[in-house]
Design a protein around this ligand. Structure first.
Ligand code: DER
Length: 237
């Protein structure tokens, strides 16, 4: 499909441009675009460098790395990464991202911030003028289970409260989605005026009791690559 082709194009372009021979510690994100990142790493022979190690952003990412025969590394052993490549749910012109559609954003943010270079790869649906314009579910918020119900109340007291906030329920498992860290996820939809200043939303939500991590990545990404339907690539720097 056009969307899969666009994901592949973004991933291949980013790998070719940003995984250089001297890079030894590589972060691999989560979602449905990063498998193309791993495909390219394997097809370009970037995995055979024996002292190159790959760090995962969760169970799905770990399976990707292991199943591709890449060497899995641990963040405690390799706390500084050369480059992390990950998907996103939406990216604005300032490279602010909504991430967490896959409920992996805590570990994703650790590997994104721990990398000298953080690169986003996505299809054209994620390329927005303002966050929330195309990604409707809202800002993912990882929350400690004990605090989830109180967060649903406290978030409504923000100066700029969300239009709505809901506990993310699982499919294929009864009950709420449980993250790789054993937490719940609340999705909170903020209006375009709030999302014109995502840093302010990030800071306000992060301070609410029980919040573990917010799926807003501000001032982290160095570049974002979007595959387009016409086979071109759009780069935001
Ligand atoms: O959860 C995330 O942020 C993931 O990177 C994911 O949402 C990216 O989405 P994708 O499946 O379109 O790559």
């Amino acid at each position: 499909t056009a969307i899969e082709g666009a994901k592949r194009l973004a991933a291949f372009t980013a790998v070719d441009r940003h995984i250089l021979s001297q890079h030894k510690v590589i972060g691999i994100g989560s979602g449905s675009t990063v498998p193309y990142v791993v495909d390219r790493i394997v097809s370009q022979g970037l995995s055979v460098n024996k002292d190159r190690v790959f760090l995962a952003t969760g169970f799905q990412s770990q399976q990707l790395i292991v199943n591709a025969g890449l060497r899995l590394g641990d963040i405690d052993q390799f706390p500084v990464l050369d480059v992390t490549i990950d998907g996103a749910d939406e990216v604005d012109p300032d490279l602010n991202c909504i991430k967490g559609g896959g409920a992996c954003h805590l570990r994703e943010k650790v590997l994104a911030e721990g990398a000298k270079t953080f690169i986003v790869v996505a299809d054209y649906r994620k390329n927005s003028q303002v966050l929330g314009a195309n990604y409707a579910p809202g800002v993912p918020i990882e929350v400690a289970p004990f605090a989830a119900t109180s967060l649903l109340r406290s978030i409504k007291t923000l100066k700029t409260p969300p239009l709505n906030a809901n506990l993310r329920m699982g499919t294929g498992k009864a009950g709420p989605v449980v993250t790789d860290n054993g937490n719940f996820v609340v999705d909170a939809v903020f209006g375009p005026e709030a999302m014109s200043d995502p840093v302010r939303v990030l800071h306000a939500v992060k301070l609410l009791t029980g919040v573990v991590e917010v799926g807003l990545f501000c001032n982290v990404a160095k570049a974002a690559y979007f595959g387009n339907q016409d086979g071109s690539v759009t780069v935001k720097l």
